[in-house]
Design a protein around this ligand. Structure first.
Ligand SMILES: NC(=O)c1ccc[n+]([C@@H]2O[C@H](COP(=O)([O-])OP(=O)(O)OC[C@H]3O[C@@H](n4cnc5c(N)ncnc54)[C@H](OP(=O)(O)O)[C@@H]3O)[C@@H](O)[C@H]2O)c1
Length: 302
């Protein structure tokens, strides 16, 4: 059973965690800090970021901390944030694409995309692209992207509905965003391998974990989900598959981790199941082209 006690020393490493002010992102940031990393707490709210930093400092650890303002629902915010990180740092060892939103009322990003697709996938695609030059400067960088068991609920991304042109179904759009991030993580690894880059892309999911992610669910839907899931893991445990993917030795690029219990809902890090749709290289390549088009720049892999 792998736990945060197994995290190798992270001193000298720079880690950036999106959505690090709460839930799984907070626990990921805390564990990396305690292992000695310099952790950048990226949050869309400066006050929440400062509070998270204070909470982590009070708990204590070997690392160092800074905060940064990142709204993944705005491509210009993503670009400005990445610029500020590049101005301050010469390398980035760990990029944890953790932030996420689930089943909000129909809404769009500043750039007109459906919110869940825009924040969970597109914002992270843009962030990874902008920070790629820094990742390249690290001796062995890793990018860990958070998907979900929900990625298995859909088989395809409808490119004609990513701006909710036809309809909006909150659960379907969440599943699509999580299929997209998993396709992205796998496609990124394929392209890194092709480029001979010394960077690993992996993915993770936290099973079912008690966090604020359910904030948009109705009481009825929440209770129905709880009947099905029985119990939720604490956030520190939900962070373990991500921490395993980010820090364990001998990790193979393009791998996906989740809890080892029944249906990957609870437990400790183990290899998780990837749906056939997520493995489609053709779909991932179309998604990549779509994303480059929307962000208006090529992902700078050589
Ligand atoms: N909890 C689970 O059971 C579960 C299951 C499967 C997958 N996941 C995935 O795990 C990841 C972490 O979620 P969580 O469970 O820890 O939920 P959470 O506590 O709600 O944390 C989500 C984080 O994302 C941030 N965020 C939301 N919209 C953002 C935006 N536009 N720009 C920047 N940051 C934004 C939130 O910021 P605010 O605090 O300002 O809202 C928060 O810090 C997500 O990707 C989620 O899809 C969770």
């Amino acid at each position: 059973m792998w736990t945060s006690k197994d995290i190798p020393g992270q001193s000298g490493k720079i880690a950036l965690v999106t959505g690090a002010n709460s839930g799984i992102g907070y626990e990921t940031a805390l564990a990396l800090f305690q292992a000695g990393a310099h952790v950048i707490i990226a949050s869309r709210d400066q006050c929440k970021a400062a509070e998270a930093l204070k909470r982590i400092e009070v708990i204590g650890g070997k690392g160092t901390l800074e905060t940064g303002l990142l709204d993944l629902a705005s491509l210009s915010s993503v670009k400005a944030f990445a610029r500020s990180i590049k101005d301050k740092h010469g390398q980035l060892d760990l990029l944890i694409n953790n932030a996420g939103v689930m089943t909000p009322p129909a809404s769009k990003t500043a750039d007109g995309c459906e919110l869940q697709f825009g924040v969970n996938f597109l914002g992270h695609f843009a962030l990874t692209a902008h920070l790629y030059p820094l990742l390249k400067q690290a001796p062995a960088a890793r990018v860990v992207t958070l998907s979900s068991g929900a990625h298995k609920l859909v088989q395809q991304i409808d490119f004609e509905n990513l701006r909710s042109e036809k309809s909006y179904d909150a659960n379907r759009e969440y599943a699509i965003s999580k299929l997209a991030v998993l396709q992205f993580a796998l496609e990124l690894q394929r392209r890194l391998t092709q480029a001979g880059a010394n960077i690993i892309s992996a993915a993770s999911h936290p099973g079912v974990t008690q966090t604020d992610l359910s904030r948009h669910m109705s009481e009825k839907d929440y209770n129905a989900a709880m009947e099905h899931f029985k119990e939720l893991m604490p956030a520190w445990q939900g962070a373990l598959p991500t921490l395993f993917a980010a820090t364990s030795s001998g990790l193979i690029g393009g791998s996906y981790y989740g809890p080892d219990g029944e249906n990957e809902l609870h437990g400790y890090p183990a290899v998780a199941q990837i749906s056939e749709a997520a493995q489609s290289e053709q779909d991932a390549s179309s998604l990549w082209d779509f994303a480059e088009n929307v962000i208006g720049t090529k992902f700078p892999i050589d």
